[in-house]
Design a protein around this ligand. Structure first.
Ligand SMILES: CC(C)(COP(=O)(O)OP(=O)(O)OC[C@H]1O[C@@H](n2cnc3c(N)ncnc32)[C@H](O)[C@@H]1OP(=O)(O)O)[C@@H](O)C(=O)NCCC(=O)NCCS
Length: 468
């Protein structure tokens, strides 16, 4: 069996178009600090009419293959995780096949996985399991997590975002799975769902989704700890991992989630936490599960005692989610990319725990072990390729009026046919794919903005994205 299977390489793409949360807050008439401190968000990326989940996926996959020098014939499995529905039958994966068909590679398994923000994790597990299985043919797996998260006007609108992440999967990876260390929790809930197929916007019960998220976290942590104990013969505590990465709809929920893990450790074994924590959390030890989710005092006390550990083990993972917003399936992996960006030179040998949550609901807590490895598949090179700082710096801030106007146009375009998009591609970075037209048969056409080196990609010459 292949050893140390995991993520060999990563790249991230998010639209350069964004709005500052402070500006949106004032425009929406929310009280000052509600979006920035209350939700913990700084900025939000969004797609204009030129971009969608297909164009972002084409951009990130092409970029990853080019930057790591991967021969497209070496990809044997391609899995996409997304909850942004553009077509109820044709997968995003099939659009991406144009990249590989050109090189004569059509022997690529995998389709799309969908369940709210969890699809990327399902896609990742599928690829890792394939490489670890007897049906693996020795080639790489490739995972794309991609979404455009948009909400109707109202309290949820500032919790949008957009991005695509590509991850190359194979053995001897610098980001290796500890495959036996996984705890899942899956059940039925109506916390966030998209029943209206004529609209891109979800129906969301924000408060319920918070509680569902925290309940799922507790349950996953219990299963995870149980498995760890059976395997290692000792209890698992927060101190057994170096970093915790959470699916991040908005940063405040990440703060609450980590505090919840501290409360879990305290309940499991009070002697595992320091005296101050013991004293502050003691009064809540007799609360029932339901009561504990409703207790504002517990929330406050646990966040307060968790703060030093949060700063050490979680804060380095929060940069991109705070700057780009909720990217649904890409959100967890953008948080992980933030960790690589911030700490790549000191990560070898560290254990990182990830929590993936998709409303509806599906959740898994799993463990990665980071390792030193050979160029180009090492952590420092991954950080260099992703160029997070460069990408964040070269963004274009929209005014709230222009943002609202863009959202209105996108509402109108959702599910529409027979239109061409703007010819002005000046805000797109070189090498970015963009939507040019949707024809009378709803077929979508994409082009690629010339790369920095001026080399024209085939899609720039008017090749269509439906394979003809
Ligand atoms: C999160 C959500 C429910 C918040 O909307 P809301 O109900 O209008 O917001 P709230 O009144 O609860 O305020 C949000 C936070 O800001 C705080 N706040 C409000 N005004 C503030 C201000 N002026 N300064 C600082 N903080 C402020 C609130 O106290 C609250 O913090 P808390 O949760 O620690 O108490 C809403 O944005 C939403 O539904 N988002 C989508 C939910 C989602 O992504 N679900 C998927 C989960 S996977």
């Amino acid at each position: 069996m292949a050893k140390n299977v995991g993520i060999l390489a990563m790249d991230i793409y998010f639209p350069t178009t964004c709005i500052q949360q402070e500006v949106l807050e004032a425009h929406d008439g929310a009280s000052k600090g509600k979006y920035t401190i209350g939700l913990g968000q700084d900025c939000m990326a969004f797609c204009t009419e030129l971009e969608d989940v297909i164009s972002m996926s084409l951009t990130v996959v092409t970029s990853l293959l080019e930057k790591y020098g991967i021969d497209p014939k070496q990809i044997g499995r391609l899995e996409v995780g997304s909850e942004t529905v553009i077509d109820k039958s044709k997968s995003i994966k099939t659009f991406l096949m144009q990249i590989f068909e050109k090189y004569g590679n059509t022997d690529i398994e995998g389709v799309d996985s969908t369940n709210a923000c969890y699809g990327g994790t399902a896609a990742l597990f599928n690829c890792v399991n394939w490489v670890e299985s007897s049906s693996w043919d020795g080639r790489y797996g490739l995972v794309v997590s991609v979404d455009s998260a948009v909400y109707a006007e109202g309290p949820a609108r500032p919790t949008g975002g957009a991005a695509a992440i590509a991850m190359l999967i194979g053995p001897d990876a610098p980001i290796a799975f500890e495959s036996k260390l996984r705890g899942s929790h899956m059940s039925h809930a109506y916390d966030f769902y998209k029943p209206n197929l004529a609209s891109e916007y979800p129906v969301v019960d924000g408060k319920l989704s918070q509680t569902c998220y925290l309940m799922a976290l507790d349950s996953c942590y219990k299963h995870f700890c149980h498995k760890y104990e059976k395997l290692e013969g000792k209890q698992f505590f927060i101190s057994d991992a170096d970093y915790f990465v959470f699916h991040s709809p908005y940063n405040k929920l990440v703060q609450k989630s980590f505090a919840r893990l501290v409360f879990n450790d305290f309940l499991k074994n009070p002697s595992s936490v320091d005296e101050v924590t013991k004293e502050k959390l003691g009064p809540f030890s007799t609360l029932s599960g339901d009561e504990s989710y409703q207790s504002r005092d517990l929330e406050k006390a646990s966040q307060q005692v968790a703060k030093p550990l949060y700063d050490e083990k979680v804060q380095p993972t929060t940069l991109i989610p705070k700057q780009v917003g909720n990217m649904y399936t890409a959100s967890l992996y953008a948080a992980f990319a933030s960790l690589i960006h911030n700490k790549h030179s000191t990560l070898a040998g560290k254990r990182v725990i990830l929590f993936s949550y998709g409303s509806g609901l599906t959740a898994t807590l799993f463990s990665l072990k980071l390792r030193d490895d050979q160029h180009p598949f090492n952590l420092s090179n991954i950080a260099k390729v992703m160029n997070v700082e460069g990408k964040l710096k070269s963004r274009h801030e929209f005014s709230p009026e222009k943002f609202v106007e863009t959202m209105k146009l996108m509402e109108h375009r959702y599910g529409a046919k027979d239109f061409v998009t703007s010819k002005d591609i000046s805000l797109l970075p070189p090498g970015t794919f963009y939507l040019t037209e949707v024809d009378s048969l709803y077929r979508r056409f994409y082009a690629k903005k010339a790369s920095e080196n001026g080399i024209k990609a085939p899609a720039e010459n008017g090749l269509t994205a439906n394979g003809h």
